[in-house]
Design a protein around this ligand. Sequence first.
Ligand SMILES: C[S@@+](CC[C@H](N)C(=O)[O-])C[C@H]1O[C@@H](n2cnc3c(N)ncnc32)[C@H](O)[C@@H]1O
Length: 346
Amino acid sequence: MSEIVQQIKGKQVAQKKFPFLMKEGIIFPPQLNLEQSSSEQTAIYKSGILKGKNFVDLTSGFGIDAYYLSRNFEKTTLVEQNSALLEIVKHNWEVLEKKASFINEKLEDFLDQNKEYFDVIYLDPARRDEHKNKVFLLEDLSPDILEIREKLLSISDQVVIKLSPLIDLKYLVSVLPGIFRIDIVAVKNDVKEVVIFLSNTADHTIVCNCVNLESGEDTFTFQFGEEENARAEYSEPERLIYIPNHSILKSGIFNLISEKFRLKKLHPNTHLYTSSDRADNFPGRIIEMEVVESKNIKKKDQFNIISKNHPLKPEEIKKKYSLKDGGENYLIFTQSKKGKIILKSV
Ligand SMILES: C[S@@+](CC[C@H](N)C(=O)[O-])C[C@H]1O[C@@H](n2cnc3c(N)ncnc32)[C@H](O)[C@@H]1O
């Protein structure tokens, strides 16, 4: 019975997360392995970046990343410590008529014996303890990238690592030498992955891409460190309010956004921007808004309620003013340099 439930659950997840596996003969692993897998969209995105002859995924898992990433390679190797999981992947790849070498080993042992050169090594480390509620460090991951970094770069010129959106980018760059590219990948404005690229030949420039898939938006690119020298201008709200996408917020380029798009920021800790004329290609939402007094907010009105740098959470605002969620209009509770303000879309 539990085996059947596992397969039904697997199909439900696959429908949304990896529809390419909605095929007869495909077997699904337990829930945790499904949760740990990348989605089809982010795997396809990464596959567009990587190519070469020899590819290895050292943390195969359910093999979603490996399936897509291996597209542009002649030879693929999958390493996975969990033998039951690797057996499932092997079976599925036969169903999908895709070839690879499947190695059931700890990747540290694989690396010890390996004599091959790889054009790309890919890793998607697992959290050692999913419920640990503290600062996210590389040491919390399996494998520990810091321990195997040198070994990896001795057998490949490009090591690509997928990390959680919770990772702190400044910390990452400070502890991990050789990073030359960082992609912050969101799907429909929800940040899913931080993907880092390491090489032996990297100089000190790190290109950072803020990607928002399925939004029809262009990628926003900057050089890591540009923020240090950027200066923001400030102003009280003008006609238009700009809300940056989450991949931009994750990158921490709060002053650079002001500089690049010639926008004024509302407050050092409020990551909302303003202008009277519309800025082109802004990676986020632009809403025409006006400042309102709280007494002019009508009960039972419907708004998308946003709270930024304001003590009240959206739920508290909703309750306090008896508002309804959703609809076309926006209500932002925030702070400008002059103090707390409420913005309402016009
Ligand atoms: C997050 S999952 C990978 C998911 C995969 N990228 C996908 O899209 O399906 C990480 C996997 O790495 C494996 N793993 C972690 N540490 C390992 C190690 N030291 N050696 C081999 N496999 C390891 C885990 O068993 C787990 O299946």
